[in-house]
Write a protein that binds this ligand. Structure first.
Ligand SMILES: O=C(O)CCC(=O)C(=O)O
Length: 219
């Protein structure tokens, strides 16, 4: 039986992303968040402990890894089109409150660092996920996505497969196409965003007082 609804599958196919609300049970995401705070050596209730937390860090704490629940793994597998590998460690991206106005950082695609040399075809990953470990209000560092952008980016790649052999080259040329209007995704702890490997997306500034904690995992 499918864990995702036909509407959720449809959204992923049409728009290149889907935010699955409440995919992670509340007690599991709560324990995951508490474990991540411990691992970051910071206290959610004491902003004086937030200063030295790095933006990105890898973790394999059992309570964090437990957030990759059977339901989340099944959803990832459904969208990947094949069973995804079990998770033993994950990257976390934690965006603490920042001074100044909210903005996103501009669109990018993943796996596009020149030194990595990832190719566009065949796809270098099956599906990407971002699991939110706190509620993400407006301007609270929600992920920004460009709906349907994966089709336009794929068309650009196919327009000159030699030129666009590498993800890095394709990423550099995103400015050449009209990606349309972006959407700032808002959510709750336990929601999981899945997106297609060619979906343009961006992190965004955190203009609230609440840190945004998330697990970022790509299969
Ligand atoms: O932190 C976010 O919401 C976006 C993360 C991102 O852009 C990425 O993982 O490539």
């Amino acid at each position: 039986m499918s864990i995702l609804t036909p509407e959720q599958h449809h959204q992923f196919v049409e728009e290149g992303y889907v935010l699955v609300s409440g995919l992670i049970a509340d007690d599991i995401s709560q324990r995951g968040a508490a474990a991540l705070w411990r691992r970051l050596n910071a206290n959610p209730d004491d902003p004086t402990t937030w200063g030295n937390v790095p933006l990105a860090s890898g973790h394999s704490d059992p309570d964090i890894i437990a957030c990759f629940t059977p339901e989340a793994m099944q959803a990832a597998s459904e969208l990947a089109g094949e069973a995804v590998n079990p998770v033993t460690g994950t990257l976390t991206l934690n965006i603490f409150p920042q001074e100044g106005a909210w903005s996103h950082h501009g669109p990018h695609i993943d796996h596009a660092l020149p030194r990595d040399g990832f190719k566009v075809f065949p796809r270098p990953m099956r599906v990407a996920s971002i699991t939110y470990l706190n509620d993400v209000p407006r301007h609270g560092a929600g992920t920004v996505v460009w709906p349907g952008s994966f089709r336009k980016i794929e068309a650009l790649a196919q327009s000159d497969p030699q030129k666009y052999e590498l993800m890095a080259t394709l990423n550099n040329d995103l400015g050449k196409i009209d990606l349309g209007e972006p959407v700032e995704l808002l959510g709750k702890r336990g929601d999981v965003l899945f997106y297609h490997y060619l979906t343009a997306h961006s992190g965004s500034r955190n203009a609230t007082q609440t840190p945004r904690l998330a697990l970022v995992h790509k299969w």
